[in-house]
Design a protein around this ligand. Structure first.
Ligand SMILES: C[S@@+](CC[C@H](N)C(=O)[O-])C[C@H]1O[C@@H](n2cnc3c(N)ncnc32)[C@H](O)[C@@H]1O
Length: 446
């Protein structure tokens, strides 16, 4: 066949369409490659500054960033979480932009992309430790008074329930000394180390079991660790990571409070999106653990409860304007409605909100460029919410081409996911899907 006979001869295609076809091929190749990354180090640079449930391995955004963008390009994560995508954009010389509504995610992500002179951060951290120990020895009465002045009655009750009295005083002594420091960025770095000793897999200095993982349970006979000792250890670890971040961070990064359903970004301004939305069914309740630190930073419990209702996938479906959903999502919602109408409306809320998020992604992305959406599976009343298929369908409805859906096996020990019931005997299909997540590759047509 001669070139003239082709319906769309390659050489006569507009440059944008040629570019899109090359992105499509590269995306296909990435989706059919190994996306498990098991056994690889996921804690380099600042990735391990602080625990965060369901963060994806840094190799995942890295693979897409390296293959689909050039240095200086803009990489967006509209639901940034602990900032894995933004850190990787920063390390590979791109310009990362992140949004989230969770104050803890924002704190975390900002500190993870802010290189500081390690000697300065070390001097400030050791000064905090020294002065906190001095005030614990000399000013215990003053610390007691401060506890009373700082927190309202509900926050007091919360702290009394989860922290022993001595632990509270040690934490306050540390926090006061951090707040006395002058540089904002140093304060944010040290506040993150403070938070990291509260929100840990083991429950750290609290009376809770496993705060970074699941619903906190109070363990009455637990002997919590000393905040001063834990802060020292965490500070030293984070200082090592800070040195690496300073040497290897070549790009730029910004993180803002913002709702992924209405992004303050111009149309066609982004080169790549790599993101993972919350689970359907509200399977990971971020605020449940985050409030353990946020209360110390001055947030009231009431304000946090209000904010929690704003999270995509929250089960309070009231007041949310549901959208018309495509076939797969409507069918799943309908089958859940047969057994539980409340759960069905919260799933309808999730898919409606995700429709708005995907539409925003399609709006801000440059034509011919790629959006990667990583989703886990969820069940409601034993019914699979088919999040991968439904979001693929929704993406197509807002104008994306769905190039492919890859599945990756979860390294459950590493990723801190919601605990699942152990099934006996042969694993059901649903149970198997719970050990996988899905990488949806969308292309915005040129
Ligand atoms: C699965 S986590 C992202 C994890 C991230 N990929 C990482 O590696 O750390 C989902 C995030 O979506 C955020 N989120 C929930 N509702 C949001 C909204 N309306 N706008 C922006 N972010 C939202 C949550 O606060 C949470 O941090």
């Amino acid at each position: 066949m001669s070139v003239q006979q082709l319906a769309f001869p390659i050489t006569q295609q507009p440059a944008e369409a040629r570019l899109a076809s090359s992105y499509r091929e590269r995306l296909r190749a990435l989706l059919s490659g190994d996306l498990d990354f098991h056994g690889q180090d996921s804690g380099y640079a600042s990735h391990n500054f602080h625990a965060f449930p369901a963060k994806f391995p840094p190799q995942l955004p890295r693979a897409f960033i390296e293959e689909l963008t050039a240095p200086g390009d803009i990489v967006l994560d509209p639901m940034v979480g602990s900032g894995t995508t933004i850190v990787e954009a920063f390390l590979s010389g791109r310009r990362g932009i992140g949004f989230d509504i969770d104050p803890m995610a924002l704190r975390l992500c900002r500190a993870k992309v802010t290189p500081l002179p390690p000697e300065q951060a070390a001097a400030a951290g050791h000064q905090v430790l020294l002065r906190a120990q001095e005030s614990l020895q000399r000013e215990k009465d003053g610390l007691h008074q401060q506890m009373d002045q700082r927190f309202g009655a509900p926050e007091h009750r919360f702290l009394d329930y989860w922290f022993l009295p001595d632990t509270q005083l040690e934490l306050l002594a540390l926090l006061q000394e951090i707040e006395r420091l002058e540089g904002l960025r140093i304060r944010e770095f040290l506040e993150l180390a403070f938070s990291a000793i509260v929100i840990t897999k083991s429950g750290g200095v609290t009376l809770a079991r496993d705060l970074a993982h699941t619903r906190p349970h109070k363990v009455k006979d637990k002997i919590p660790r000393s905040p001063i000792d834990e802060f020292r250890k965490r500070l030293n670890k984070n200082l090592e990571s800070l040195a690496v971040l300073g040497k290897e961070g070549k790009g730029a990064a910004e993180v803002h409070q913002g709702d992924a359903q209405s992004l303050p970004l111009e149309d066609q301004s982004v080169d790549l999106i790599v993101t993972s939305p919350p689970y359907a069914a509200n399977a990971i309740d971020y605020m449940r653990a985050h409030k353990f630190s946020l209360v110390w930073f001055g947030h009231s419990l009431e304000s946090l409860t209000m904010l929690r209702r704003e999270y995509i996938g929250h089960d309070a479906a009231l007041g949310v304007n549901p959208l018309e959903l495509p076939v797969c999502a409507s069918q799943v919602v309908a089958s859940i409605a047969l057994v539980d109408s409340q759960k069905a409306s919260s799933l309808r809320r999730y898919y409606s909100e995700m429709t708005r998020c995907l539409a925003e992604m399609a709006r801000v992305l440059k034509p011919g460029k790629v959006a990667i959406v990583v989703v886990g599976s969820s069940t409601m009343r034993g019914i699979d919410t088919r999040t991968d298929i439904c979001l693929g369908e929704i993406g197509k409805g807002v104008g994306f081409e769905l190039v492919g859906i890859a599945s990756r096996k979860l390294d459950r020990n590493r990723r801190m996911l919601p605990v699942r019931h152990q099934s006996s005997g042969t694993r059901s299909q649903i149970e198997q899907r719970m050990h996988e997540e899905y990488v949806l590759g969308f292309l915005k047509p040129a």
